[in-house]
Design a binder for this molecule. Structure first.
Ligand SMILES: [Zn+2]
Length: 197
């Protein structure tokens, strides 16, 4: 009986060693920070989740951080889904990584919005200029200018319920020109600052 157990444990150890070697060979390379994935269109792309470039060159001050906050204006979220980076109207913003444009429309509190997608990531740029320079389906390279910070006020937008204290219609829920920048992975909002060192 004891012999049988001994043999069983021997086999078990051999099995564990085999599995460990197997994991080392086949899985550890994928823990590398570089990442290969399929885009929505099925194209294979390479990107480094720690290698994003800052979305708005020359502007690094953050007026509102990710997470819980006191809502700055009526209709603005009390749990902030991104970060706000103040910048003048017309300031260029860029793609943080290679990807594809998947959305360019007015989107409620976000105002004029652009979404850049790759793998299971969706990058949102809100309160943009309505004069879009990209369109849905465009393939974008990291660092490419994809839009401009929009005006505070926008007129003639159907269904826009956002106004400032003077009653003028605003570019979504905003108190001044800025880029609202958000990152979603599998639909879940992340703290964008976790992606920039
Ligand atoms: Zn914001």
């Amino acid at each position: 009986m004891i012999r049988i157990f001994k043999n069983f444990f021997k086999l078990f150890y051999i099995f564990v060693i085999f599995i460990t070697i197997f994991i080392c060979i086949f899985f550890i390379p994928f823990f590398n920070s570089s990442y290969t994935a399929n885009t929505d269109s099925g194209e294979i792309i390479d990107f480094n989740p720690n290698g994003f470039v800052w979305p708005i060159p020359g502007y690094t001050r953050i007026s509102s951080y990710f997470g819980k906050r006191k809502s700055p204006t009526s209709g603005a979220s009390s749990s902030h889904s991104g970060i706000d980076i103040p910048a003048p109207e017309g300031t260029k913003f860029i793609a943080v990584a290679d990807g594809e444009i998947t959305f360019t429309q007015f989107l409620g509190a976000g105002g004029y919005t652009i979404t850049l997608s790759f793998a299971n990531y969706k990058i949102t740029y809100c309160h943009c200029s309505p004069n879009y320079i990209v369109k849905v389906g465009d393939k974008i390279k990291q660092g490419q200018v994809i839009g401009h910070v929009g005006p505070k006020y926008v007129y003639g937008v159907k269904g826009n319920q956002y106004t400032d204290s003077t009653g003028k219609p605003t570019n979504g829920a905003t108190t001044g020109t800025h880029l609202h920048f958000g990152i979603r992975i599998d639909g879940k909002y992340q703290n964008p600052l976790d992606f920039f060192s």
